[in-house]
Design a binder for this molecule. Structure first.
Ligand SMILES: CC(C)(COP(=O)(O)OP(=O)(O)OC[C@H]1O[C@@H](n2cnc3c(N)ncnc32)[C@H](O)[C@@H]1OP(=O)(O)O)[C@@H](O)C(=O)NCCC(=O)NCCS
Length: 168
């Protein structure tokens, strides 16, 4: 299996929505999020990530299998969304996307990459820990992280969540 990483374009957005919708099924029955109610990343947010040069597609055999998108917050980069179509999961696509995303942030001169994820599912905080990310202590949350958390609190229990960071 060959994984090819490339920058996303606006034309990729419909497939990225399909991938996000499919990947969300991994949370079915866990009681962490209401997957029926979950909004997909907006076209506007995809556009911002593409414009910022922080939107990556992983192709497997010529088909988009996963994506990672982010946003700049001052010196830092936030990994906003990472999804791999279930048909391509557990084959290294997610790890390849995270590694490439961190490389991208480094090339853009970022100081660190941050993300917010669930603490317990093995494909969330434990997955990122294997890739070098470490938990951020609550007292060290930056103002923009608190703003993200305030939004999240409208639709999920933030006690199940953790912010993580890796220096680049
Ligand atoms: C998170 C996600 C992108 C990982 O993609 P992936 O292509 O399956 O990840 P990889 O194949 O690179 O797996 C990397 C490691 O995580 C582990 N892992 C991935 N999915 C797992 C699962 N469902 N159960 C247990 N371990 C899992 C792998 O075993 C692997 O560990 P290893 O290197 O020790 O073998 C994918 O599970 C997904 O789309 N999940 C739903 C959306 C989501 O949770 N996104 C992240 C939110 S912050």
């Amino acid at each position: 299996m060959t994984i090819v990483l490339r920058a996303a374009t606006l034309a990729d957005i419909p497939r990225m929505h399909q991938i996000e919708d499919d990947a969300g099924e991994l949370f079915a029955g866990l009681g962490l999020i209401d997957i029926e109610d979950m909004a997909l990343v907006s076209i506007g947010d995809h556009g911002h990530a593409i414009d910022a040069g922080l939107s990556l597609i992983a192709e497997v055999d010529g088909r988009a299998a996963g994506f990672a998108i982010g946003a700049r917050h001052g010196e830092d980069v936030y990994l906003h969304e990472l999804d791999v179509d279930r048909a391509y999961q557990k084959q290294g696509v997610g790890a390849a996307l995270v590694t490439a995303f961190v490389d991208l942030a480094r090339r853009q001169g970022a100081g660190a990459v941050y993300l917010s994820t669930f603490r317990d599912p093995p494909w969330n905080a434990p997955f990122y820990r294997k890739l070098g990310f470490r938990d951020v202590a609550r007292g060290d949350y930056l103002p923009w992280m608190i703003a993200i958390e305030t939004e999240q609190a409208k639709f999920l229990d933030i006690a199940t969540r953790v912010f993580m960071r890796v220096e680049v």
